[in-house]
Design a protein around this ligand. Structure first.
Ligand SMILES: [Zn+2]
Length: 298
């Protein structure tokens, strides 16, 4: 089967999870390569095996294909595996509620986190129905090309094309979220895992790029918004450092929107001479929608 045929088959199997982003009517696969609602709104699959559910064109701004490609390569080298392992452990350890759970990666970027989580779950003998959504067509294109078997969508999280009460787990990793839509699409008892950076995250990289000192960075407002919208269940801080090969300095420089592509080589050289390693420092916040059963704090 081609990537397109694989994608159409997976979407056909799980079409009941999706609704039209224009009118909220149910969507169904219309062969050979579209999702169509009962009122005739039509969204085409791309050859790579993703579907574009945007209702208006979106310019991807500073995010480029090289940036997402660099992230994919750093994932391949295991740079983000510790945070994926923590998410898998939190969820399967004591939040797992469904036999065939539905996972949405909201703001999935180039898809590496969702793909890595699926691999972690598979190692533990679990499978899930996986959906990745991002506003960036470039990112979703790479996700579909690299990781077939999940449902990849270009979509606006502010009008999430999933039906209400359809989802067991939402991942929202280093990316803005939409809490109203997260509450709508989560099943009762569903879980949101939100990953936020702490002050020390990528500090060596930020020191060579930014004038603002990393210690000035605060995630207090992000935490407050999370707690105002979701009932916190637990949280886990994930801190580690990685030594950097020369080409990994360049991948890191190219991974963030902090530096322009003309600056990548200079940033990589500065990083190599300044530290030759980089610190990761993130917190995984776990929460449930208010009013649903909560197993208590860890
Ligand atoms: Zn419609």
């Amino acid at each position: 089967m081609t990537k397109l045929e694989t994608a159409v088959a997976v979407f056909a199997e799980h079409a009941e999870l999706f609704q039209c982003p224009l009118c909220t009517a149910p969507l169904a696969v219309s062969h050979p390569r579209s999702l169509v609602c009962s009122r005739g709104h039509c969204f085409d699959f791309a050859r790579n095996g993703y579907v574009n559910l945007l209702t208006h064109p979106h310019k991807s701004g500073v995010y480029t294909r090289q940036m997402f490609g660099s992230r994919q390569e750093l994932h391949r080298r295991g740079f983000f595996q510790p945070v994926v392992d923590v998410m898998a452990e939190l969820w399967t350890g004591w939040m797992w509620t469904a036999s065939a759970p539905v996972v949405l990666d909201a703001g999935c970027g180039e898809g590496s986190n969702l793909a890595a989580l699926r691999r972690s779950l598979a190692r533990a003998g679990h499978d899930c129905t996986a959906i990745g959504m991002d506003l960036s067509k470039e990112a979703v294109h790479l996700a579909a090309r690299e990781y077939p078997g999940s449902m990849w969508c270009v979509a606006d999280l502010a009008r999430c094309p999933l039906t209400s009460n359809s989802t067991d787990l939402i991942l929202n990793i280093l990316s803005p979220g939409n809490y109203a839509e997260f509450q709508r699409v989560l099943k009762p008892g569903g879980v949101l895992l939100k990953v936020i950076p702490n002050a020390g995250h990528l500090s060596q990289l930020r020191q060579v790029i930014e004038t603002k000192a990393p210690e000035d960075y605060s995630n207090i407002q992000v935490r407050e918004r999370f707690a105002a919208n979701f009932s916190p269940v637990t949280e886990r801080r994930v801190r580690y450092t990685r030594e950097l090969e020369d080409e990994e300095c360049l991948l890191l420089a190219a991974m963030t929107p902090l530096a322009s592509d003309q600056e990548w080589n200079a940033v990589a050289a500065a990083l190599q001479s300044a530290a030759a390693y980089v610190s990761f420092d993130m917190t995984v916040l776990a929460g449930r929608p208010f009013g649903t059963s909560n197993p208590g704090r860890e």
